[in-house]
Design a protein around this ligand. Sequence first.
Ligand code: SF4
Length: 245
Amino acid sequence: MTDASPTSHSNVTDPVRHGYARYEQQASRWLGRYTQQGGQVFCGAGCFACCNMPIRVSLAEALIMTAALNPEQARAVEAHARAAVANARTARSDEQYVQRHRDEVGYCPILNRETGGCSQYAARPTRCRDTFSAFPATYCESGSLERMTRREQAEYRREVARTPGTDGELHFIAPLEHLSEPIWVAAARAMRQEWGIEVWGDFWLLTTLGADPKFMGAVTRGDTRAAWQLASGRGLAHRALLEME
Ligand code: SF4
């Protein structure tokens, strides 16, 4: 399916696509200045250390991925969504949910494990676009901070604090995350205008539900109750992973 089909929901996806294009330009200019001033960014082709993180998106964003996937990828994404729901149902805390997502639910099925690249790079969501590391990939791996000794953790914190561009707490580049805020705002506004509701949640779950005509029919009518029931009937409803308001 291409995004030009009658079910493309282009009124909600177009503002997000424009936001992506604008972000790429702004982030590229910011990165140019940062590296000129001696800043380092360790993200690059073939690195996928953060592709096992949970990802929250708007349904507007997820629909862009829904339209890009082939049937085999769509099945893999649905299986991943079901694993995320199972994790959410039994996790005793947010921390455990994140840890188990990274270690047990595992890497995003859209990742090409042979090349280490995203197989749907043009359709990847905001979180995948705005996460940049000022430290080598080993610091992005699951459990890296927990594995450090106290002394190493203290050194890590000192190093983060003196690295320009971080928020002083973690080694990710904070201004590049802030630059993406207009994409979130545009998605919220477009969903509200088009459907009268906003739908947010887990990336793989919403990417799966975005291909369900009944679910999308309920969303398009602004019928959150019917949409929830449809998701629930498919075993894809969890209040932490599907938010409608
Ligand atoms: S969509 Fe692409 S970049 Fe994002 S987590 Fe999946 S494989 Fe990685």
